[in-house]
Design a protein around this ligand. Sequence first.
Ligand SMILES: [Zn+2]
Length: 86
Amino acid sequence: MTDPGRTTCIDEAAILVATQPGAAARLRARHRSRGDGCCTGCGPTLVPWPCVHITIADRADHLKPRPTDHPATPRKRQPPTPRVGP
Ligand SMILES: [Zn+2]
């Protein structure tokens, strides 16, 4: 059972996609069903459609972009802690 408070790598990818305007649409344009049940964008190995990219795009569409969730958001560096004692 998955911890409901824990994010998966798919969740993290969806957050990243949600912060990029048009990214979910670009994933959908590239990863379409070939008609034989496989993805047009995943290859050369045949991957069943919907592939993980579509899963990420679907989740991204349900997320509201929150810039603070973006892993590339620069974090404030903390000044080094001075050493005290021996
Ligand atoms: Zn695909």
